[in-house]
Design a protein around this ligand. Structure first.
Ligand code: NOJ
Length: 543
């Protein structure tokens, strides 16, 4: 396989509104991010995936873009953006912009034109029909909105303020390509492509994901925007299977560098109520899914590794233990992920084991997905009670990941001098960056070690390119796998439970490379008689 610079990269996702507010208006901003670059450099990451900072009415926190080439005043200016790119570059950190190409905001100039008359030159930039179909919006309700001015319906797979762009219209592709090239000229290192598997839709046939035009459109985009450049691109593809992922990320096909697959992330969703009523965690199923993805590519694709992002609950609360074993279980999940093959992504706050939040009132939540689903499931269909829905919110809602970053134990967690746009998680007095940096045993330093192992150790090549083999596939509490490259072998073994585990592995340990418990080396050297404490995770160098 031809090696690429982003194979060895570690990416950190910044959700700008919640990262750091330098102006005191309660919203995070670009100057705030610049002021935290030293912190990110200390962590060791090479790339920042920046969730949208474009001009936006913020109906979906910036995933509703009113102008792709302007910065929202809440976040700062284009000058600030250029400064962020330059300052990051000085620290060897690249910026990945978030491209939301499936839809725009209804406040985008294109849509304002489009809705004016049926013969407006921009009419065909969006999808208009005389009659709505049965299609549902991902945020709840119909995917069609009636517009009285021209007496037609427009399609929106997300909120009604997010009309879908019409990728059947070649002019749309052309405008988007120009915009992407403009960002590349600003010096960004790459792009994350929001719900990109939806752009090939055939709406009249009811096809939204993975439509027939998807891959031709991506190949066209590659030719127009990515070819012969050193950019990294990652697509968000909820419906990806390994076969589909190869279509996107096989270098020979010239589409994207990699995709986010979500099979593991939806593993505990309820068949009817999806994430609003998650099922108990099943480690065997998780191992099976991740192993399938770890063993699927053979130079014909590349994995993006993640537990968290701005749409998912915090991993330590979801499958770890965010009380007694918060730090240890957070380190366990970090070890498991960063031990795998692919490019790891860290979501802001994950590196200090920030947790889910439990606000008592629905009023304290902001996310449109929560509001629309409440309306649909509790008020209209009555398929879930208020209590059941709140349990779903506590377990799975996106705002769990979006509460402001906890920098220190001063008011508002040091995030803002003003009133934060979303309440801070009250546990900031204990869980915050300042406390993590003060504690040599903190989760932060565990991430720092994992990143250093991948980037600049004698095991770098192994961690990036080594083969993966699952051990004990049926064990309900132990996640163990081997990585191998040339003559080197590493064993990652983790006890994903709250009880001690004894096991016998037929390998000889040469060295303990990383242990999330402080123990003398000799204590866990005998793999034939291994005892693991709750949530203990170890990486061994094998003979
Ligand atoms: C996926 C994004 O990650 C999510 O936050 C957003 O709401 C939808 N796409 C719509 O853009």
């Amino acid at each position: 396989m031809e090696k690429q610079w982003w194979h060895s990269a570690v990416v950190y996702q910044v959700y700008p509104r919640s990262f750091y507010d330098s102006s005191g208006d309660g919203n995070g901003d670009l100057v705030g991010i610049i002021s935290k670059l030293d912190y990110l450099q200390q962590l060791g990451i090479n790339l920042i995936w920046l969730s949208p900072v474009y001009l936006s009415p913020m109906k979906d926190n910036g995933y509703d873009i009113a102008d792709y080439q302007a910065i929202d005043p809440r976040f700062g200016s284009l000058e600030d953006m250029r400064e962020l790119i330059a300052q990051a570059k000085q620290r060897d950190i690249g910026i990945m912009m978030d491209l939301v190409l499936n839809h725009s905001s209804d406040q985008h100039a294109w849509f304002k034109q489009s809705r004016q008359s049926r013969d407006n030159p921009y009419r065909d930039y969006y999808i208009w029909r005389d009659q709505p179909s049965e299609l549902r919006s991902i945020f709840g309700g119909s995917a069609w909105q009636y517009d009285s001015q021209t007496e037609q319906y427009y399609c929106h797979l997300f909120a009604d303020a997010q009309p879908d762009l019409n990728w059947e219209n070649p002019q749309v592709a052309e405008e988007i390509h120009q915009m992407i090239n403009w960002w590349t000229a600003q010096g960004v290192a790459g792009f994350r492509l929001d719900v990109i598997d939806l752009i090939g839709k055939q709406i009249d046939q009811g096809i939204t994901e993975n439509g027939p035009r998807l891959h031709p459109l991506l190949q066209q985009m590659h030719q127009a925007c990515f070819k012969d450049k050193t950019l990294v691109t990652v697509g968000e593809t909820w419906g990806a299977t390994p076969e589909l992922a190869k279509l996107y990320s096989d270098p020979a096909r010239q589409e994207l560098s990699m995709v986010f697959q979500f099979e593991h992330a939806a593993i505990d969703w309820h068949p009817q109520h999806s994430k609003w009523q998650p099922q108990p965690f099943n480690l065997v199923a998780l191992k099976q899914v991740l192993t399938k993805w770890q063993t699927t590519f053979n130079g014909d694709g590349w994995n993006a590794l993640f537990w968290n992002n701005h749409d998912l609950p915090r991993i330590v609360s979801r499958w770890g233990n965010d009380q007694q074993y918060r730090q240890r279980s957070a380190k366990l999940f970090a070890t498991l992920l960063h031990g795998m093959q692919g490019t790891p992504y860290i979501y802001q706050g994950e590196e200090i084991a920030m947790t889910n939040v439990r606000f008592e009132s629905l009023e304290d939540y902001d996310d449109i997905e929560i509001k629309n689903n409440y309306q649909e499931k509790v008020v209209e269909q009555q398929s879930l009670s208020h209590q059941q829905f709140m349990q779903g919110v506590y377990a799975s809602a996106r705002d769990n990941a979006r509460t402001p970053m906890q920098w220190d134990n001063s008011s508002n967690a040091g995030f803002s001098q003003g009133q934060p746009w979303l309440k801070v998680n009250p546990n900031y007095t204990e869980i915050n960056v300042a406390a993590a940096l003060d504690d040599p045993q903190s989760v932060f330093y565990h991430y720092q070690k994992l990143i250093a192992l991948r980037k600049s150790s004698e095991f770098s090549e192994l961690l990036i390119y080594g083969t993966y083999q699952l051990l004990l596939p049926e064990h309900p509490q132990i996640f163990a796998y081997l990585r191998q490259y040339k003559q080197q072998r590493l064993l990652v073994v983790a006890n994903v439970s709250e009880v001690d585990q004894r096991l016998s592995l037929d390998f000889k340990a040469k060295q303990v490379l990383l242990n999330n418990l402080q123990q003398p080396q000799g204590a866990v050297n005998r793999l034939g008689a291994l005892q693991l404490a709750p949530y203990q995770a170890i990486i061994y160098v094998l003979e």
